[in-house]
Design a protein around this ligand. Structure first.
Ligand code: GLU
Length: 312
């Protein structure tokens, strides 16, 4: 592995140092009690470029709860299993409402707007489960995460999973509601169990940036050269990340950062620079839409300095 471009290394170093000392840090999520324990002062940033060089700063090696960022990977897996049949159960439009909105699901007769809001991700998880035992489906998801990140140590934080399982009443409501329309086909408890556990996967910025590489490089796993997915599918997942990856903050993220990205309530964001780089950032404090506040600020600065916006 050679060194990253000096300008990139410098930008990552300076942005990380700047973010560490900022006072406007947003609010750490508390609706999953275990997440409320996380230090709001943490900040990590990691960029993996097209040659596999790594530039990182701050707490880039500290694992955090990836939460909804896992939805990018479950969508990838589910598309591999079901292909376009997946779109019979889930839409592809931005939601313009909160990540856990119940009301929209009623208007739209149990079909979630997109695969990244909670209802959509639960429907995607149900597809992966497809009659298997929850343990097997979870094993499949974890194996996939380890493969794309090139790291066998990626694992699930059982305490976070248990914490969400105890308190995830809204997700249970969404799943039961979809079950009444036949959108969920497995026992609701099984589907929710797998969903809570994949959201509870813990990864560092470095592991996550490594895991995102196939989306930056036309679906290819850069180390082995194997096609994880085809180029068209990679393009489409990036399109969904751009339009739906930040819930009702997706427009603002596209406007300010100009990159496909997916956030999680653990404060992480995975962002893709097509053809160039995979980026992971982590700052636990969230904004009003449930997206990492300083994560977005850091990505905006990085994208500007490197000229990475896909809009030129
Ligand atoms: N596990 C979280 C939930 O279902 C994911 C939400 C998020 O990361 O935005 O509420």
């Amino acid at each position: 592995m050679s060194a990253p471009d000096a300008r990139l290394a410098e930008a990552v170093r300076e942005i990380s140092a700047d973010m560490k000392q900022r006072r406007d840090r947003g609010t750490v999520a508390s609706y999953i009690p275990e997440l409320a324990q996380v230090d709001p002062g943490a900040f990590g940033l990691c960029v993996v470029d097209a040659q596999g060089n790594v530039a990182e700063g701050g707490d880039a090696a500290v694992p955090f709860s990836i939460q909804s960022i896992s939805k990018v990977f479950t969508l990838t897996l589910a598309l591999g299993m079901a292909g376009d049949r997946l779109w019979e159960r889930v839409g592809r439009e931005p939601s313009g409402s909160a990540f856990n909105s119940v009301v929209q699901l009623e208007y739209e007769r149990g079909i979630p707007r997109n695969p990244f809001i909670n209802a959509g991700a639960i429907a995607v998880t149900d597809l992966i489960l497809a009659g298997h035992k929850p343990r097997e489906a979870l094993g499949e998801i974890l194996r996939f995460m380890r493969f794309v990140s090139d790291d066998d140590t990626v694992s699930i934080d059982e305490r976070v999973a248990a914490s969400e399982q105890r308190t995830g009443f809204r997700n249970a409501a969404l799943a039961n509601y979809m079950k009444s329309f036949g959108v969920i086909t497995n026992p609701v408890d099984f589907t929710l169990g797998v969903y809570f556990h994949h959201c509870a996967i813990a990864m560092s910025c470095r592991q996550l940036a490594m895991a995102g590489r196939f989306l930056a490089h036309g679906g290819r796993h850069p180390t082995t050269g194997h096609a994880v997915i085809g180029p068209q599918r990679a393009r489409r997942i990036n399109a969904l990340m751009l339009t739906c990856g930040h819930y009702d903050g997706s427009g603002e993220f596209a406007y300010r950062v100009g990159l496909p990205g997916k956030s999680g309530v653990g404060g992480g964001v995975l962002a893709i620079v097509p053809g160039q780089a995979s980026i992971a950032v982590w700052s636990p404090g969230l904004d009003a839409s449930g997206n990492s506040h300083l994560g977005r600020v850091a990505l905006q600065e990085l994208s500007k300095r490197m000229g990475w916006s896909i809009f030129g």
